[in-house]
Design a protein around this ligand. Structure first.
Ligand SMILES: Cc1cc2nc3c(=O)[nH]c(=O)nc-3n(C[C@H](O)[C@H](O)[C@H](O)COP(=O)(O)OP(=O)(O)OC[C@H]3O[C@@H](n4cnc5c(N)ncnc54)[C@H](O)[C@@H]3O)c2cc1C
Length: 539
């Protein structure tokens, strides 16, 4: 196959390349201005990013009497014993300045009558600390404001409709990025660069039931792993307990803030089931609520979110996005309970990064959901992800600011380029079904082994780079889920239902290790847990 690296039209000498047009990518680009950067986004800005769909808002201890220490303590408590405490405190402390940056970029956060930032309550937060916009419009308002700011910044060039499919390296250093036009020619294109910031979001679309956009299919995680980057905690996937089940993919989300306002969870018989499962009932940590909802659905009783008493006629004004999702499916949430199920929502794992956002590869940084900073541990505290995205995007910009990067002479090796036979939808759909069934809310050994074998085969044989990358990301999740023989946070093993203090460490792994594990599983050998490595392994 002939390859035409269109270097002239895409590459600009000395540019820093940011992959991703969500909060992490756009904020990093703005923070780097006036330094020239190229932002690459698979979807047009404002679309195909989880950021645009965020409903709750950003956690920040800016309310009266609240403190960063208390915010960090809540983060640590929810993370089930493996949150990096210094990281959690750093995140909480940098929340206020980053919120002010966002105000400066034009995000219209809600204010109270005295003009102070209004703060809402969400699950497992000990204080009202979610900064929001018009109830549930935070994500849309953030992406709109940042897109306008980016488009008005001359140093930022935006390439929309291009998907990154491989990271090129020389030794342990980044030397280029291989892209392909989304839905266009099958010819890949190279940008030679020594500095890449991956901000490609999460992996939710690897699952059949998810709240994430189709672009969240683990491409960024996979290309970093294929280039040899260290990956952290891939087994920890958070399932949102209240995705609205009206036959849409992705499933619309009923924000946690609804439960913060007093909405309850009931089964088909109208009985509340959470008080029996946790003292905080509907405001218990997400994994516990997700398993509660899952159990009602699995038992055939059905699960519903009932806001008829708590909100009633206020629903439309206070939660316009959720209201619209329900009404368009013929449900009036002011008077009727909303049918719900758990859906893959957030990936705590990702590319392992240090406090500057640096990965284990020289010249590769990662920010936002594609990264794993150690802030979330085994379970994310609600509304900490947008916060993590802005805090680390800003730190990366600061880390990059003083550096000069040597020109890269990278070229695509035609022998290495696989064809892009129109992404195989049938295989993608079976991967998603497999992930939901066997690597989902409730996992156990035999299902995980089946999943690992099937995914490893798909990874080897996938025709398109996109499908191969999805399989790579799925393999990292499934092999680590199999190796973690305990239940912790969002990772629940029916065959190991309790925490094992001996496994109270983060997972640090590589794709080579995951593939070796998959080969062992396939040969039926005895499986040992991954060895854990200290965070200092990062450069
Ligand atoms: C429905 C929903 C509600 C949420 N609510 C909240 C909330 O209230 N508070 C909170 O803190 N968090 C919330 N989250 C989580 C939060 O929105 C995300 O974690 C966060 O927005 C991630 O930001 P990001 O910039 O890392 O990724 P994203 O916003 O997902 O952006 C990723 C970008 O990368 C691009 N991309 C992906 N792959 C490629 C590729 N291979 N090549 C080129 N471009 C690529 C995408 O097109 C997109 O532009 C919510 C998530 C969802 C799905």
């Amino acid at each position: 196959m002939s390859i035409t690296p269109d270097f002239e039209s895409l590459g600009r000498h000395g540019d820093i390349v940011i992959v991703g047009g969500g909060l992490a990518g756009l904020f990093c680009a703005l923070k780097l201005a006036p330094r020239p950067v190229t932002v690459i986004s698979a979807a047009p800005l404002g679309e195909g990013a989880s950021t645009a769909w965020a409903q709750g808002g950003i956690a920040a201890a800016v309310g009266e009497g609240d403190t960063a220490e208390s915010h960090a303590a809540d983060t640590i408590a929810v993370g089930a014993g493996i949150v990096d405490e210094a990281v959690a405190l750093g995140l909480a402390r940098e929340a206020a300045p980053r919120i002010h940056d966002l105000l400066g970029y034009g995000v219209p956060f809600d204010r109270d009558l005295e003009g102070r930032l209004a703060v809402a309550r969400e699950a497992a937060h000990s204080a009202r600390r979610i900064v929001h916009v018009r109830g549930d419009m935070a994500g849309q308002a953030i992406i709109t404001a940042l897109t306008q700011a980016v488009r008005a910044t001359p140093s930022i060039r935006v390439l929309e409709g291009w998907s990154a499919e491989a990271l090129l390296t020389e030794g342990d250093a980044v030397s280029g990025l291989q892209l392909r036009k989304v839905g266009g020619s099958s010819t890949p294109v190279l940008i030679a660069t020594s500095a890449v910031v991956l901000a490609t979001g999460g992996i939710g679309h690897l699952y059949a039931v998810t709240t994430n956009p189709a672009e969240a299919s683990g491409q960024g995680l996979a290309i970093a792993a294929r280039a040899g980057a260290l990956i952290a905690d891939p087994e920890f996937v958070q399932f949102h307990p209240t995705a609205i089940m009206v036959g849409r993919d992705p499933a619309p989300l009923a924000t946690e803030a609804l439960r913060g306002e007093g909405a309850t969870l009931i089964n088909g018989a109208g009985e509340r089931f959470m008080p029996a499962l946790h003292p905080l009932a509907e405001l218990a940590p997400r994994d516990i609520v997700a398993r509660g909802v899952f159990a009602e659905v699995a038992a055939g009783r059905g699960a519903f979110l009932d806001a008829t008493q708590a909100l009633g006629t206020r629903f439309a004004d206070e939660f316009p996005t959720v209201y619209e999702s329900c009404v368009s499916a013929g449900i009036d949430p002011a008077t009727q309970p909303i049918p719900i199920a758990p859906a893959a929502h957030y990936h705590m794992g990702g590319i392992a990064v240090d406090q500057h956002g640096r990965s284990s590869l020289a010249g590769l940084w990662a920010a936002g959901e594609v990264s794993s900073t150690g802030a979330h541990g085994a379970n994310r505290l609600a509304s900490n992800s947008l916060l993590e995205a802005v805090v680390y995007a800003a730190r990366i910009a600061e880390d990059i600011a003083g550096r000069e990067f040597a020109a890269s002479k990278s070229r695509i090796d035609p022998a290495q380029v696989s064809r892009d036979d129109a992404h195989d939808l049938a295989q993608e759909q079976s991967l998603r079904t497999l992930m939901s069934a066997k690597v989902g809310v409730i996992r156990e050994r035999s299902g995980l082994i089946d999943a690992v074998r099937t995914i490893a085969q798909l990874e080897r044989n996938a025709a398109s780079p996109a499908l191969a990358n999805s399989a790579t990301a799925a393999l990292l999740v499934a092999t680590s889920a199999l190796a973690r023989t305990e239940s912790r946070g969002a990772h629940y093993r029916a065959d190991y239902p309790t925490e094992d203090p001996a496994q109270a460490q983060r997972t640090l792994t590589t794709l080579a290790e995951a593939r070796a594990r998959a080969a062992e599983f396939s040969s039926g050998a005895v499986i040992l847990p991954f060895p854990t490595q200290p965070q200092t392994a990062l450069v």
